[in-house]
Each structure stands twice: as C-alpha cells, then as structure tokens.
Design a protein around this ligand. Structure first.
Ligand SMILES: *Cc1c(COP(=O)(O)O)cnc(C)c1O
Length: 404
C-alpha cells in the first residue's frame, strides 16, 4: 500500500462519522465499467454505486450536458420556472408512460414524498378518517435512511436507537400475496414494495406474485407503490422491473441511475390522481427539479435508450448468470439475478462474503457484500461480452478458494 492510500483512509477515519466500512481501495478516476485507484490500479466496477452509474462512469454525453448547463443556470428554486423542468417532465413521462411527476433529489426523498402523497390521497380521495392511513411494507425491505423509512425496516442495525418512529406501517413477508390480502383494512392506502429486493441480497419474488398484488391493490382501492430506485432504468434488462411481471404500478419511484451517477436526482411518477392531491405550499425541495438536475437526467435517460443499454443489460445479464451458474464451487449456495442485478450467495461455512470481495479486489474486481453471505454483482449496463467473461474467470478462481 502506498502512503497516500494510508493517508486518505486514516484521515477519513479520523474526521468522518463511521457510518460506512468501505473496502480498502481509494478511487480517483472512472471511465465506463472501469475505475482506477490512487496507485493507478484498474478495477472492473461490479457495484456501480448501488446501480447509480448504470450508464458507466463519466459518460461523455451526460458530462457534456452537465458542464453546458452548469455554465448557463444551475438553480432557480421552484419559486420561478426554469427552461429545463418542463422538458424533463415531458421526456420522463414519455419514457415511463406516467402522467404526473414530482422531482426530488435522493431516493429516500422520493420514498418520503410517495408516503406523504398516498396518505393525502387516502384522506382526500379514498375517504380514510384523518390520521388513520395505513401503508403495508415488506420484511427485509430497503427504502432509504430517513426516520420514517428506517422505522419500518426489519433490520436491527438500521433501526436500533433511532426511535421513536412514525406509526402507520404494517410489515408482511415479501413474496407472500396471501399475507398482503390478510393485512389489508379499509384504512390501507398503499402497498410499498421493491420489485426485487436489492439490499436484502437480490431476492426475486415467486412467479405470479406481482400479478396477484396488482389485483389486490385494485380490488381494495389502494395504491401499488413500486420502489424502482435500484431495479428501474434498465438494471434488470427492461426499462422497469414491473415489465417482467406484466403489471403497472400506480406510483413508481426512480433515483440512482436517473442521473447516471453525476448528481442526486429522483422522481415520484404516478399514473393517476395521487400526485394531483398536492397543492402549492404542501410539499417541496429547494433543489428538486433544478435545471442542472433536469439537464443531467434528460441526457442520462436519452443515452440509456439511444445506446441500447437496456437490451445490453438483458443480453449480458443472461451471459453473466449462465457463467456464474457454471462455476462449480463448494462455497456457492445459490446464484440468482435478473438482467445485470446479480448475486452469489455463499454457504455459511464458506466464510463471510466480505473476505471474497477483498480477494476479488486483488484480482481487479470491485464488488460489495450484503447481509454477510451474499456478493452482489451489478456492473454498469455498458459492459461487453469480453468484460463479462473476464470477470467470470476471476470470480471462478476466487470462489473456488476457501477463505473461511
Ligand atoms: C438506494 C435505494 C434507496 C435510497 O436511495 P438514496 O438515494 O440512497 O436515498 C431507496 N430504495 C431502494 C430500493 C434503493 O436501492
């Protein structure tokens, strides 16, 4: 390790809140699927900043749009109109088939905004008695880190000593439509769920689950809110993961790749009157919908489609999954994934996934463990067949080692 690496890591540890435990690599440059550390070592990025850099690091067209807009106008606040917001609305609505859009910044803000909006819809449209609205969520969910959201997490570390929490949430098992049916009451306003649970370890629900969920939400006049902050925008090989299920959400949440990793941009999309209940002064964000964010997001969406990244995610994801399944290693318990949202779950006896991620770092691959036993693999959607094969070779050598 060079002295500069020790210095960056030690200085972070000295001054920073220790709310992360990064792999010991200090990155200073990125291009496409590759990132370089301060010593000039190159790595294939198999995390993509939790799917935010789906378009690849420093995509030249998004970069150009950002620089051009930064020279002209960055922030007006929503107190005034700007000449980018309308175009962003038009383009994201056309891309996703949505009618209404609420622009925010982080993913957690989009989730919070959806919670506020479906509650308001519940009181003003559905007729739920004031203060009684219920939202159903799933065990092992990940929707962000704000107080309302961590209040309905089932992960002890996420919640411990952050309470008291907001009431009005009911937790049911993921992938269990009967549990949803049982949990619904006349005061239920929404079911908030990830199409595939990402942070839980890329958990794919049983076939037919979402068709039944859609049916229950419609029958009970409640909103199906799909958190596609990680699964959306091509990650699973379709624009939205809901398309694999043949359903349409009432409210869709996007973030992460909406900016291609340049800037925090998120959005709440609705295809009915949920967002229509918000009136001036009732919700807002200083940076939400700013011209810089809009210009970046417009280009991030455009390159995703124009450069065939969604089709590539389907093609390379299938190749990657097949390659992972072909690895014969005693360490592997299960391999799963859809598109380029992949995971290798290790046997408990194999040792912790973090050890394997550190071994992969030594072979030029950056991946991140989740929940102890799972290595997730989510490279930028611009990955080529040769790069997939290159990664598979290294994964095979690493996973056949015993690091317990
Ligand atoms: C990352 C993520 C969020 C939170 O997004 P932030 O930008 O970190 O606030 C919410 N939901 C899902 C499914 C995510 O993967």
């Amino acid at each position: 390790m060079s002295s500069s690496v020790i210095d960056f890591i030690a200085t972070e540890a000295r001054f920073g809140a220790r709310n992360y435990e990064p792999i010991g690599v200090v990155l200073s440059r990125g291009e496409g699927v590759w990132v370089w550390d301060t010593d000039g070592n190159r790595y294939l990025d198999c995390l993509s900043a939790y799917s935010a850099v789906s378009q690849g690091h420093c995509h030249p067209k998004i970069l150009a749009a950002m620089v051009e807009q930064a020279h002209r106008l960055t922030l007006t606040s929503r107190a005034f109109h700007n000449d980018q917001l309308a175009l962003f609305y038009e383009e994201i609505a056309a891309l996703t088939g949505s009618h209404k859009v609420l622009p925010m910044n982080s993913g957690a803000e989009a989730v919070e905004s959806a919670i506020k909006s479906v509650r308001k819809w519940g009181y003003e449209v559905k007729g739920v008695p004031d203060g009684q609205a219920e939202i159903i969520v799933c065990a092992d969910n990940f929707h962000g880190r704000t107080l309302a959201i961590v209040g309905f997490s089932t992960d002890a570390e996420t919640r411990a000593h952050f309470g008291p929490f907001a009431p009005g949430f009911k937790i049911i098992p993921f992938g269990d439509a009967a549990a949803l049916e049982e949990a619904i009451t006349p005061n239920t306003v929404a079911f908030l769920v990830e199409p595939i649970q990402g942070e839980a370890g890329v958990v794919i629900p049983p076939a037919g689950y979402f068709a039944k969920v859609r049916q229950l939400c419609t029958a009970n006049n409640m909103m199906l809110v799909l958190d596609e902050i990680q699964t959306g925008l091509g990650r699973t090989g379709k624009l939205l993961a809901e398309q694999h299920e043949g359903i349409e959400a009432d409210v869709t949440l996007l973030g992460k790749a909406l900016s291609g990793g340049f800037y925090p941009v998120s959005a709440v999309l609705s295809n009915n009157d949920v967002l229509g209940t918000l009136r001036p002064g009732q919700h807002g964000s200083t940076f939400g919908g700013n011209p810089l964010a809009c210009a970046v997001a417009r280009t991030a969406m455009r390159v995703l489609v124009e450069e065939g990244m969604i089709e590539n995610a389907a093609r390379q994801g299938a190749r990657f999954l097949e390659g992972l399944k072909a690895i014969r290693a005693n360490t592997i318990r299960e391999v799963r994934g859809r598109g380029l949202m992949l995971a290798v779950e290790l046997h408990p006896e194999a040792g912790r996934a973090r050890r394997y991620c550190e071994a992969l770092q030594g072979k030029g691959i950056l991946a991140k463990d989740t929940h102890g036993q799972t290595i997730r693999i989510a490279p930028p959607l611009v990955i080529t067949s040769d790069q997939v094969d290159w990664a598979l070779e290294r994964l095979a050598t690493t996973l056949t080692q015993d690091l317990s």
